[in-house]
Design a protein around this ligand. Structure first.
Ligand SMILES: [Fe+2]
Ligand SMILES: [Fe+2]
Length: 129
């Protein structure tokens, strides 16, 4: 389970809220794994997380534009790379071509937590939050 902490707070209320929602969706997925949920159920939990991440990234990109964040382009690329990789996992898993592994679940968790703590914090700093 992933624990929310002050380290993730950017002081931008809408975005902080969305990040907490991402944590919640990730924890729902972990709970599903722990409960031994069906493949269909786990696939739909991953899909929910992925869909929410897309919405969050696009909201965040609008915000970065609004504050004229200079590294927007690079940040967008990071978002896109994550969506590409996570979508690939989702497709392979839901079509039965791949089993869920610790590597896959850790990739998602590590990417999200590191991204907030390093990349997202940069635009917060730029905005003077
Ligand atoms: Fe974010
Ligand atoms: Fe981001």
């Amino acid at each position: 389970m992933l624990k929310w902490s002050e380290d993730y707070i950017l002081n931008q209320p809408e975005i902080d809220h969305e990040h907490q929602s991402l944590f919640k969706l990730l924890n729902d997925f972990y709970q599903g794994l722990a409960d031994g949920s069906s493949k269909e159920k786990l696939a739909s939990l991953i899909k929910g997380l992925l869909d929410y991440a897309k919405v969050h990234f696009s909201n965040e990109e609008v915000y970065m534009k609004s504050i004229n964040f200079p590294a927007l382009e690079k940040h967008q690329q990071e978002h896109r790379a994550f969506i590409t990789k996570a979508s690939e996992f989702y497709e392979k898993y839901s079509s039965g071509k791949m089993l869920l592994s610790i590597e896959v679940t850790n990739f998602i968790k590590d990417w999200i937590t590191n991204h907030i703590k390093t990349e997202d914090k940069q635009y917060a700093r730029h905005a003077g939050l």
